[in-house]
Design a protein. Structure first.
Length: 317
């Protein structure tokens, strides 16, 4: 049964507590994929042909790794392993070190699950999911998916122009519904979807639509708040942006935090305490310290690398 909450903020009396969301640092660099460690103290980003470890409290690179290509993209981090992809395959990193490569052409994306690494590769004429169990054919639209999220139990969910698909080594299942951004909540199993530029959020379980709500403006980015049973939604409110915390179980708003802009992509740590908002030439880092939750403490002062080699190129370069 669908639960409709037509005005999201009205359901909680405009719950805003800006002090819970604290800006910690800014990374001034172009990035090609950003992911965070479970505790959010570190992040990994592809930066101008190198892969860097980033201290999120200081916003600086602390370690760099030169993978064999210049087009790598950072796609996932889970339980100490980080994945980077390129036109030549998937690179598996542990503790900042490159430990293995999956040689595949035409890689679109990859994620880590309890069943191993799942890789989507190919094009409109030959799209496939590859895992330790072999390869299965995928609908062509999956290789042009607008967004992909992971069910750590062993599946990917792809938002495509033809709708939503669940992909695992056993086969492909079409999920009723649509949207060009999707996030899977590990705590409740709910899928939260939206079409960017519209205000409707939809929560789906295996049985179908559980709730539908209206955000306070067009959605620009969507991510789960780690394993806390909440979604974080970046919303355009006209003269500013806002980050809205939504209960994944019922769609109700838990809080809303004002931001200078609604532009960017939200990335979140596994414990839901640290987030980054990724812009073309910057990443803004935040701590989300909700009342009743233990505060994030990172007292270590990092040894930062020289940022000069990671800066965005000057106009004309």
């Amino acid at each position: 049964m669908t639960r409709a909450l037509p005005i999201l903020l009205a359901a909680v009396g405009c719950a805003q507590n800006a002090s819970e969301l604290r800006h910690t640092a800014t990374l001034d660099a172009e990035t090609d994929g950003v992911v965070l460690s479970y505790d959010g103290t570190d992040a990994w980003a592809a930066m101008r042909g190198t892969t860097c470890t980033i201290d999120t409290s200081w916003g600086c690179p602390t370690q760099d790794l030169d993978l064999p290509t210049e087009d790598e993209h950072i796609v996932d981090a889970f339980e100490g392993t980080t994945l980077a992809t390129s036109s030549q395959g998937v690179y598996i990193l542990e503790g900042g070190a490159w430990v293995d490569t999956l040689d595949l052409e035409g890689v679109r994306t990859a994620r880590i699950t309890h069943e191993g690494v799942l890789v989507v590769a190919g094009d409109a004429t030959d799209c496939a999911l590859t895992s330790a169990f072999g390869s299965i054919e995928l609908p062509a639209a999956v290789c042009a998916a607008s967004d992909v999220t992971v069910d750590r139990a062993g599946a990917l969910i792809a938002a495509t122009e033809d709708g939503l698909y669940r992909l695992d080594p056993a086969g492909v299942v079409r999920i009723e519904g649509s949207g060009d951004t999707v996030a899977s909540d590990p705590a409740t199993g709910i899928l939260v979807t939206a079409a960017r530029g519209t205000s409707t959020l939809v929560g789906r379980s295996d049985a179908g639509v559980v709730w539908t709500v209206d955000a306070p403006g067009p959605v620009t980015s969507l991510a789960m708040r780690g394993d806390r049973g909440e979604a974080l939604v970046l919303v355009d409110e006209g003269d500013r942006g806002s980050l809205v915390r939504v209960d994944a179980a019922d769609g109700s708003t838990l809080a809303s935090y004002p931001l200078p802009t609604a532009e960017g992509q939200v990335v979140v740590s596994g414990d839901g305490r640290t987030l980054g908002i990724v812009h073309p030439e910057q990443v803004h880092w935040y701590r989300l310290e909700v009342d009743g939750e233990e505060a994030v403490v990172d007292a270590d002062v990092p040894s930062c690398l020289d940022m000069a080699g990671f800066q965005s190129p000057a106009i004309g370069d």
